[in-house]
Write a protein that binds this ligand. Sequence first.
Ligand code: NAD
Length: 498
Amino acid sequence: MNQTTTTAPASAAYEPRAYRQLIAGQWVEAEAGRTFDDFNPYSSELFARIPAASAADTQRAIDAADEAFPAWAAMGARARQAIFLAAATVLERRADEVVLLLALETGCAAPFARFQIQWAAGLLRQAAGYPYLPGGEIVASDTPGVFAMAVRRPLGVVAGISPWNGSLALGFRTVVAPLAAGNTVVLKPSEDAPVCAGLLMGEVFHEAGLPPGVLNVVTHAPGEVGPVADRLFDSPKVRAYNFTGSSATGAQLAARAGAKLKRIALELGGYNPMLVLADADLAYAVDTAVFAAFFHQGQICMNTRKILVHRSLYAAFLDRFVERTSPLRAGDPADPATRLGPLINDRALARVQQGIDDAVARGARRLTGNAPRGRCVDPTVLVDVPPDAPIHCEELFGPVVLVEPFDDEQEALARANATPYGLSASVMTTDVWHGVQLGAQVQAGMVNVNGPTMGGEPQIPFGGVKDSGWARFGRWAIDMFSDLNLVTVSQAKRQYPL
Ligand code: NAD
C-alpha cells in the first residue's frame, strides 16, 4: 500500500461539526431539525452532530433521485466521466482531513485510512471509464431483415446501504457502480459512520459537480433505521438495492427486496481461512497471517479468522506468530504512530470479549491478548478452540484468530469449508500450482495463493459465495445495476401467419 504522507493531523484541534443531509442538491436539516450525537469510539467525545432522518426525509430523497434520473441517464459519457475524475481529485485533495475523520469517527488508524483513500480514488478513476464501455451487443436474428440489439439501460433509483467498517471505501463502493451505470442513488450510511460512510460521499460528489438529486444521503439515529428502511423497501420508485453489511441483515433485506421482486446486491460477512501447507515459507506465512488477521483490529470482512497449519510447521509457526503478535497494541487512531485502533462501539467490545471468554471457558488457550483498555482490544491468538464454541465457525469481527494444526490437506479443506460463509481464503505454499488446485476447492469467492485473505483492488470481481452474498464488484457491477433490454428493427415489411 502506498502512503502519500506519513503523518495524520492532530485530533486536538478538531471541533465537532453539525452536518446536514444531502437531498436534491441541497444540504438540509432533518424534519423538525432532529439530530443525534456521533461519538469518537476511542475517546467517547462528541465527533459530530448528525441529522436524524424521518420517513418523510427519506421520501424526499427518493423523490429527488427519481426526478433526477432521466437527465442523468441521458447525460453524455464525457460529462459523466469528468464528474468521476473530479471526485477522485477532490477526495485526494482532502486526504489528510479524511484520515482524521476516519480516525475520529470510526477508530481507523492511518495505514488503513490511507489505503481506503487510495482505493476509493482508484475506484472513481476506473468508474470514469464505465460510461465509455460498450452499451450493448448486436444479436443475430433468424428473421430476415431484422436487426436485433441487446442494450444496457440503467434501472432508475438505487438505494445504497453501507456499513461502518471500511466506511470510506465501502461508502464509495455503495454508490459508484450504480451511478456509473446511469442510476440515481439514495445512500443510507451506517449510524456508526454517517459521515465517513455517507455524508462524505455526498460532499465529494457535490463539489465534483454531480447534478442535484443524482446522489442523496439520508442519515438516521441509532435504533431508528425502521422508518427509513420501510420507505426504501416499500417505495415503487426504488428499483434495486446495494447492500454491504452483516449476513443476518442481508438475509432480512433480501427477503424484503424479494417480496417486491426487486434485485439486491449483497456483500456480507466472512469467516476466512488461511491454509499453511507443509512446504510454506514459514516467516512469510507468519507475516501474512499477522497482517491478515489483525489489520483494522479484525474489523474487515476479509480478515483471516482461522489459520490451519500443517502439523510439521505448527509449533514453529505458533512460536513465531505469538512473538510477532504479542507486542501489538491497540491505541489512539489519531496518533500517526498507531497501527491498530479501538473497536467501533460497546456492542462490538462486548461481543468480542464474550466470544473470547466463551471459548476459554470451553477449554481454549489464549496465547496473546490483554484485558481491554476502553474499547481497545489487543490482538488475541487462540488455540485448542473446541468445535462447539460459536467462534469456531462464526464471525466475531474483532482482533481474534484461531490457529489449528492439520495432518492431511483434505481434512484441512473440509475444516476450511465448515462455515456458513464463503468470502475469502488464502493458501500458503511454495508449490504454486498445487496451491491453485487446492484453493479451487475452498468454498470462497476469492482465493489468494501466497497472499492475505485481506486485500482487494477496485477492479477485481470482489464478492463471496454462500452466506457471504452474491454481488460482484469491479466492472461486473455494471451488470448488477443495469437491465439488458432487447431492441429490434425490422428493415423490411414482415410476413405474418395471421
Ligand atoms: P450491519 O448489518 O449491522 O449494518 C450494515 C448496514 O445495514 C448499516 O447501514 C445498518 O444501518 C443497516 N441496517 C441494519 N439493519 C437494517 C434494517 N433492518 N433495515 C435496513 N438497513 C439496516 O453490519 P455492520 O455492523 O455495519 O458491518 C459489519 C458486517 O458487514 C460484518 O459482518 C462484515 O463482515 C460485513 N461486511 C462485508 C463486506 C463485504 O464486502 N463482503 C464489507 C464490509 C463489511
